[in-house]
Structure formats: structure tokens, C-alpha cells
Design a binder for this molecule. Structure first.
Ligand SMILES: Cc1cc2nc3c(=O)[nH]c(=O)nc-3n(C[C@H](O)[C@H](O)[C@H](O)COP(=O)(O)O)c2cc1C
Length: 174
């Protein structure tokens, strides 16, 4: 008999890996879409590729499959309100938000710690999610803004850097 796979223990173990929090956005015709994600990651430097995944049950998924471009807004530590807003299937997610369109990509939210403007590179099935790969056309990093962190199902902030000076680039580039 196959041992039962404990999904809640699996989720708990994954929570031991802290991530940032992003809102990925796009525009399809007249529709603006935006979803809070922690699945953003770098994929390739040459060509410059990033990835994220969207749950098959997400209300906006049918629109994501049509998107030709994306903007990844990496949230700053003071943007938990935006994270909450874009993590609910609301119809009025955009109400009162002054966002800017990056042509061919997505929408820029004010105050992000970094922005990645991408065009669709590939979309793959990945179990109960779709995996989106974007080619980065341009990016911006606001180094005076500290990123929001998500770990163990909670938001966190970077309290202090381990070293004042970043040890970048490491020999392995990570
Ligand atoms: C911190 C955080 C990270 C999340 N990461 C993801 C993710 O990577 N992929 C995903 O599909 N949903 C993720 N979600 C859930 C979506 O934001 C949520 O399902 C949202 O309602 C989807 O938007 P929609 O209903 O407009 O499709 C995350 C939520 C939070 C709060």
C-alpha cells in the first residue's frame, strides 16, 4: 500500500523556505489582472528568464493563458495591504489604485521594491498549477526600499542584513 502523502505537512515544510511577495499583472483587452504570488523566481540569465505559477482554480487563470506580457511588482515591506488586496478574487481589485501601463507587459503599482517587465516565453502544465515563463525586457530596482518577506504562512521584514556589504556576486552567482 502507498503511504499517504501528507499535504499539510508538505505545505508546512515548504513554509520553511522564505520568499518575497510579488503582484504579477497583465492587461488583456480591457481587463486588468493582478495576482499576489510567492512563486516568482529567477530561471535563466542568458536569456534573462523568470517564472511564476498560477493555481488552476484561480478565477483569473483563463485570462492569464491569453496574456502576452507580464509585469512583476516585487512588494516592499510596507505593502502588505496590496498583497492582501491582490490575494482575493475581487472584481474591484484595482479600485483607487494609480497604476501605470508598461506597453506590451503589465501594470506598475506604486512603491514596489523592484519591477520586471516581461513577454511570454512559455507556459507549461505543472500539476495543479500552470507554470509561466517570461523573458525580461527591462527591470528596475529601488534599492532604498526593502522587500516584503513571506515565510511559514506569515509576512515578515528583513530585520537586518547579515553583512552590511552584499557579498555579490558570489562565485556561483547566487
Ligand atoms: C503571500 C501569498 C502568496 C501567494 N502565491 C500564489 C502563487 O504563487 N500562485 C497562485 O496561484 N496563488 C498564490 N496566492 C493566492 C492568490 O493570490 C489568490 O488565489 C488570488 O485570489 C488569485 O487571484 P484571482 O482570484 O483574481 O485569480 C498567494 C497568496 C498570498 C497571500
Amino acid at each position: 500500500m502507498e503511504p499517504v502523502f501528507d499535504v499539510s505537512a508538505f505545505r508546512q515544510a515548504l513554509g520553511q523556505f522564505p520568499t518575497g511577495v510579488c503582484v504579477v499583472t497583465s492587461v488583456i483587452g480591457m481587463d486588468k489582472i493582478g495576482v499576489t504570488i510567492s512563486s516568482f523566481n529567477s530561471l535563466s540569465f542568458d536569456p534573462p528568464l523568470i517564472l511564476f505559477s498560477i493555481d488552476n482554480r484561480a478565477a483569473s487563470l483563463p485570462l492569464w493563458t491569453k496574456a502576452e506580457g507580464y509585469t512583476i511588482n516585487v512588494l516592499s515591506e510596507n505593502q502588505t495591504d496590496l498583497s492582501s488586496r491582490f490575494s482575493r478574487p475581487l472584481t474591484n481589485k484595482w479600485e483607487g489604485i494609480a497604476c501605470q501601463l508598461k506597453a506590451g507587459c503589465g501594470l506598475v503599482l506604486p512603491g514596489a521594491a523592484a519591477l520586471f517587465h516581461c513577454t511570454r516565453w512559455a507556459v507549461h502544465e505543472g500539476g495543479d498549477h500552470l507554470l509561466f515563463i517570461g523573458k525580461v525586457n527591462s527591470f528596475l530596482s529601488f534599492r532604498d526600499r526593502r522587500p516584503l518577506v513571506f515565510s511559514r504562512g506569515r509576512y515578515a521584514a528583513l530585520e537586518s542584513e547579515v553583512n552590511d556589504e552584499a557579498s555579490w556576486p558570489l562565485a556561483i552567482h547566487y
